[in-house]
Write a protein that binds this ligand. Structure first.
Ligand SMILES: Cc1cc2nc3c(=O)[nH]c(=O)nc-3n(C[C@H](O)[C@H](O)[C@H](O)COP(=O)(O)OP(=O)(O)OC[C@H]3O[C@@H](n4cnc5c(N)ncnc54)[C@H](O)[C@@H]3O)c2cc1C
Length: 419
């Protein structure tokens, strides 16, 4: 019997367990999934919780419900991997030997990494919405907020779902307008980037949307500390941004055990080949989803598309053959823009988000880089698809690799666009 151990029962780990249980011989392979708890969170739902959009029950389910028969689910915290001995150490001393290991432990917000963030103002005037507790606490704070400076802040890239802070800003703007509070609120978006987003065409588009909504954008802001007594964000170049209510996305980092095991980079992400996601150092360790260092968005869609490529590659790899699939960094994200509309962006390692139609050329029905109600309905429908189709590993009728069909390629060179 050979052992496949999957660390992390989140989006990627659960999909892999479901897909591989059908493809691996049960008499030959055992599969074990490890996670620190039994609560699977639909993280995209955190965005809507502060505005009363979803309930707790709609975003949390038992992991057991999604782990298939024939897969062992172990609840425990991973303390260390010993890659030379092919063994995983859990808290409490339990050891799990493996023949093949998949690290799918994601990335986590780390407010402890910015001085002043976790001070007395944490969850009083400083909030995050990247955790369930943070999003729920923020709902109460927003309900009590009746004016002042609302600052949305990104500490450092990469973060998971890099459009989520923009979506939060658009939703907050619409929400304040609906409540007749918009005139009493100064909205500020603070980012370490030089624009609203990472890619030039989308950045210009999304930056224009912030302008239209009269959101002040503070760019190139590398936060050094938060002065919680004065309620001010302070940057390394000594700029200050005051706030009454701060909604921050703390530094995101991979799991600490990755560092303790000598498997990570400076942010605890596992270096892998960007096409196969095989560790650059160990021939029996893969990292899938947010845990890896691939230069793609950290997003559930990336986890999904990359798992499709990974599964066939994995079967070739354990059969001793060369892996023939090559993941292209395909990401596909709805961007809520308020007033029951959303944009859709579709891109990969080489192609930035472009306008056009998706998934079918001409017909769509989704519009790329354009605010529509259909896109918003697509975003809402995604929660059902996540629980009922994606996590159980059922086929989704979308190509895993990005297609240029339906996209309007820019007529200018990228350098000219950026200028
Ligand atoms: C606010 C928000 C909005 C988002 N919106 C979108 C969206 O619209 N579209 C989209 O595609 N993506 C979105 N995402 C991102 C998406 O949720 C993640 O990219 C996706 O869940 C990544 O999957 P993963 O399996 O790599 O990690 P996760 O799903 O985070 O799973 C990692 C698992 O590892 C476990 N784990 C970690 N460390 C340990 C340890 N030491 N021991 C045991 N277990 C451990 C965790 O408990 C967790 O269950 C959003 C995320 C947030 C926070």
């Amino acid at each position: 019997m050979r052992n496949l151990v999957i660390l992390g029962g989140g989006t990627a780990g659960t999909m892999i367990a479901n897909k591989l249980r059908h493809r691996l011989d049960r008499l030959e392979w055992s599969i074990t999934v490890v996670d620190r708890d039994d609560q699977h969170h639909y993280q995209p739902g955190y965005l809507f919780l502060p505005f009363g959009g979803y309930t707790h029950e709609q975003v949390v389910r038992s992991r057991h419900a999604f782990i298939p028969d024939g897969v062992d689910f172990v609840v425990g915290s991973v303390e260390k991997v010993e890659p030379e001995q092919d063994v995983v150490l859990l808290d409490g001393g339990r050891e799990l030997p493996y023949d093949q290991l998949v690290i799918a432990t994601g990335t986590t917000p780390r407010p402890d990494q910015t001085p002043g963030m976790l001070g007395p103002e944490w969850r009083r005037s400083i909030f995050d919405f990247y955790t369930l507790e943070g999003a729920e606490a923020l709902a109460d704070a927003l309900a009590a907020f009746d004016g002042g400076r609302l600052v949305v802040h990104v500490t450092e890239m990469p973060i998971k779902c890099p459009v989520a802070p923009l979506e939060f800003t658009f939703l907050a703007e619409a929400w304040l307008r609906e409540r007749g509070l918009r005139d009493r609120v100064e909205l500020v978006f603070v980012t370490p980037l030089d624009g609203a987003f990472t890619k030039p065409v989308a950045s210009a588009h999304l930056g224009g949307m912030l302008d239209e909504r009269k959101v002040h954008v503070e760019t190139d802001f590398m936060v050094e500390r938060i002065d919680d007594q004065r309620k001010v964000l302070v940057s390394y170049d000594e700029r200050e941004v005051p706030f009454d209510l701060l909604v921050t996305v703390p530094l995101n980092m991979g799991a600490d055990f990755v560092a303790h095991s000598g498997l990570g980079d400076e942010l605890n992400y596992v270096p892998v080949d960007k096409q196969t996601q095989l560790s650059t150092r160990f021939d029996n360790i893969f990292a899938i989803g947010d845990a890896s260092d691939i230069p793609a968005s950290k997003a559930g869609s990336v986890a999904h598309f990359s798992v499709e490529i990974f599964v066939d590659n994995f079967l070739e790899h354990i059969a001793g053959r060369a892996m023939t699939g090559a993941f292209d960094g395909h990401a596909n994200c709805f961007v809520e823009s308020g007033d029951d509309k959303a944009l859709l962006i579709d891109f990969n390692y080489d192609t930035e988000p472009l306008p056009g139609k998706y998934p079918l050329p001409v017909l769509g029905p989704m519009d790329l880089l354009k605010e529509t109600r259909t896109n918003h309905l697509g975003k809402l429908a995604f929660r059902w698809i996540y629980w009922n189709v994606l996590l159980p590993g059922r086929p989704v009728p979308l190509p895993a690799l990005m297609s240029m069909a339906g996209k309007n390629a820019p007529t200018t060179e990228p350098d000219e666009q950026e200028a």
